[in-house]
Every structure is written in C-alpha cells, then in structure tokens.
Write a protein that binds this ligand. Structure first.
Ligand code: HEM
Length: 394
C-alpha cells in the first residue's frame, strides 16, 4: 500500500483534451484563425466528444474567470493534498495567501542578481553555432530558477530536472524521440513528492526564505498540502515559462524585432506583454458551473465543464485593436494570459522577471540570435514549440 506521502499526485491543470479542430500541427500553429472563426460563428458551443462547453469571446471569458462562485475550479473529491488550483474560498485563500509575499515584485527584485547569474552560467556553456535554444537555455533556465526558489540543495538539481521533465511529460533533453510514458510520469511524481516530503520535515523549524521552508513552517497547512503546494509550483511555473521565453524568441524573429529590442528602441518588458497576449503560453482554463447559467444566448446547466479560451480572448477585436498584429508598444494591453479573478497566476511577477532576464542576458551575450522558423513543431499545451533551432554568434 502507498504511504500517505506517496499518495500525493496532483492533476496537471495544463493538460486538457484538445478539440478535434486543433488536432494537427498546422492548426495549432495558426490558432488565431480558428479562434476568429469560433468567436464569429460559435462563440459558445458544446463539444460532444470532449463533453464540455467552449467559450471564445473576451467579455465572456473574462466574466467567467472573475466569477468563482458561478464557475468553480473544484472538480470533485480527490485523495491528494488540497491545492489552491482546485479550491474555492475560504480554502483557496488559506492555500495561497501564505506564499503571496514571496512572489511580490518587491521581494523578487532582491533575487534578480542571483537569477541573472543562473542565466549567465547556462549561457557560458552554450557553444555558438546552430543550437536548439530550448534544450540549451529556455528549458533549463526556469527549472533551475524554480529549484533555487524552492531551496533545493544544488547537488540535487540534475535529479530534480529529470523528475520535473518526467512529471510534466516533457521529452528528455536528448535526441530520443520517445515521449515519457504514463508509468514513468507516475513514478517521477511519487519520487519527487517523497523528496519534497522529506525536505519539508527537515525544515519545519527552519528560518530560510525558500518556498519549501515557507510552506514547511506554515501551521495552517497539513503535511500533504505542503507537498502538493511544492509540486503545484513546479507544474504551474515550469513549462509555461519555458514557452514564454520560446514564444518571445519566435515572435521577435518573425516580426524582425531583435535589433530594436537590443538597442532599447522597443521596450523589452512591454514587448514581453505583447508576447503574452499574442502567443499566450496557457491558452485555455477549465471551470465547472455551480448553477444554471446563460452565456452568449446558450443555456448551460449546473455541473457542466466550461473551457474558457483565454488564448482566443487575447485576440478578440472587440477588446484589442488589430489583434492579429504584433504591436510591441501596445498600451494598454489588457491581456488575460495569466487568467483573472481569484486564481490569477500567483507566479506572474516571477514569470515576467525570468523572461526579462532571459532575453536581456541572451541579447547581451550573443551578437546574433537567428531562430529558424522554417519547420516549426508546436507543443499543444501549454502553447509553445518542441524545439527552436537557432543560429547564434558571440
Ligand atoms: C508565462 C508563464 C506563466 C503563465 C502564462 C501562467 C499562467 C497561469 C494561469 C492562466 C493561471 C490561472 C489558472 C486558472 O485560472 O485556472 C495560473 C495560475 C497559477 N500559476 Fe501561473 N503561469 C505562469 C508562470 C507561473 C510561475 C513561474 C509560477 C510559480 C513559480 C506560477 C504559479 C501559479 C500558481 C500557483 C497558480 C494558481 C493560482 C490559484 O489557483 O490561485 N505560474 N498561471
């Protein structure tokens, strides 16, 4: 029988079944044209195959995210430790607020220098020439930042990256084509959570400022909830940030912006906001109705699953001028790439900081960065690319 520690496995909120219309690489690469068709012709529709509703317009998506009483993220009972992702208030606040100050832009400012060092160390190891910038940098960078943020011993980082990849079913950083199997994923999650569990026990009297100690010393969380918190940070903060960095490089090449960003003619931080809108790493968010509702003229019963397509909302012409144009100077930019309402991304300031540092260091250290966009292979959820070949020169 599994021990209490080993029981902790949380549902990956980022991997939802995709609709038939997005089943090909081509469709995934050109999502905005499908979204435009849906917003025009079926802004709210029921998909028999996936047994859920899809909602595409900004106004509807935004209202859903901001009304947690009607659109809950609780999806039924589970043996896992409770997580902020799948709880309503007041439990949601108990599971989230204790960590809020760690993620504030003010606290994170103090960590900038260390996070810059991590980026520079990875860049030191990159040989100029033709490289896959995801496996060389966009992938290891956020994972290492999270390992550091959780306060893992440095000698465990490699093992942590392996568990993290397997638990998120990211193909290993080798030439192997094979996807990680479900069994390998479950083993990785069990081992990693056992590891978190032991570190949490060791740090219950700790005074460090790492996320494991912050969870470990919180008397309002059960042991299982502390483990689930650590795992949740990894699940939510890893692939999304990898994809933000990747999508930024993809956009900057496609719209020929590298020189202007390097020179400061275009503000880097504002350009990152436009990447978040234009190629949002998280494209859809799941909710369940707690009462009968009407959205866009459709009657929806209580207990129905709703997919709120924030990726489509971020291209809605009712909210954004010329949404199909990538405008790095767009202001205001009311994108909802980090969601909205009570579940709005806790890690958004960290994600923004990581993307800013990543792009600053890459542009500073390499004179030429030329992603090859001729044969892109998309990753469905969260939305990004499987690899991004780049020609780089120091
Ligand atoms: C570009 C990178 C990221 C994107 C696009 C992103 C996106 C999102 C979105 C859309 C949600 C809302 C989920 C929902 O409403 O159901 C969310 C929630 C969350 N994110 Fe992020 N995220 C990113 C990075 C991070 C990072 C770096 C962390 C932490 C290290 C993080 C931690 C969380 C947590 C804990 C939640 C749950 C909040 C709650 O339920 O109250 N995210 N994220």
């Amino acid at each position: 029988m599994a021990s209490a520690d080993q029981d902790v496995v949380i549902q990956d909120p980022l991997h939802q079944p995709l609709p038939e219309e997005l089943s090909t690489d081509e469709a995934q690469l050109h999502r905005p044209s499908w979204y435009a068709e849906m917003r025009r012709e079926q802004p709210v529709r029921y998909d028999e195959e996936r047994e859920r509703w899809d909602v595409f317009r900004y106004e509807d998506v935004n209202s859903i995210l901001r009304d947690h009483e009607t659109y809950t993220t609780t999806f039924g009972s589970s043996s896992e430790g409770k997580s902020m992702f799948t709880e309503d208030p007041p439990e949601h606040g108990r599971l989230r607020n204790f960590a809020s100050s760690w993620f504030s832009p003010r606290t994170l400012r103090e960590k900038r220098t260390r996070f810059e060092e991590i980026a520079d160390e990875l860049i030191d190891d990159i040989e100029p020439g033709n490289v896959d910038i995801i496996s060389e940098f966009a992938h290891p960078y956020p994972v290492t930042v999270i390992a550091e943020s959780l306060g893992l011993p440095i000698e465990d980082y490699e093992q942590f990256i392996e568990w993290s990849d397997a638990s998120l079913r990211v193909p290993p950083r080798t030439d192997e084509e094979d996807e990680i199997t479900v069994e390998e994923q479950e083993t990785a999650i069990r081992e990693m959570n056992q590891y978190f569990s032991e570190l949490i026990k060791e740090r219950t009297d700790g005074d460090g400022n790492d996320l494991i100690t912050i969870a470990a010393t919180n008397d309002n969380l059960s042991h299982k909830e502390k483990v689930t918190f650590c795992h949740g940070i990894l699940v939510a903060g890893n692939v999304t940030t990898i994809n933000l960095i990747t999508n930024a490089l993809w956009c900057f090449q496609e719209f020929d912006l590298f020189d202007d960003i390097r020179s400061g003619a275009i503000d880097r931080k504002q350009a990152i906001e436009e990447v978040l809108r234009y190629r949002s790493p998280a494209q859809s968010l799941l909710r369940r109705t707690t009462r009968p509702v009407e959205i866009g003229g459709k009657e929806i019963e209580e207990g129905e699953l709703i997919v709120a397509w924030n990726g489509s909302a971020n291209h809605d012409p009712a909210t954004f001028d010329a949404p199909e144009e990538f405008r790095p100077e767009r202001k205001p930019n009311r994108h909802i790439a980090f969601g909205g309402g009570i579940h709005i991304c806790l890690g958004a300031p960290l994600a923004r900081l990581e993307a800013d540092i990543a792009l600053e260091r890459l542009l500073d250290r390499f004179e030429v960065i030329e992603p090859d966009l001729s044969d892109l292979s998309p990753q469905a959820t969260p939305f990004g690319l499987k690899s991004l070949p780049c020609h780089i020169e120091k």
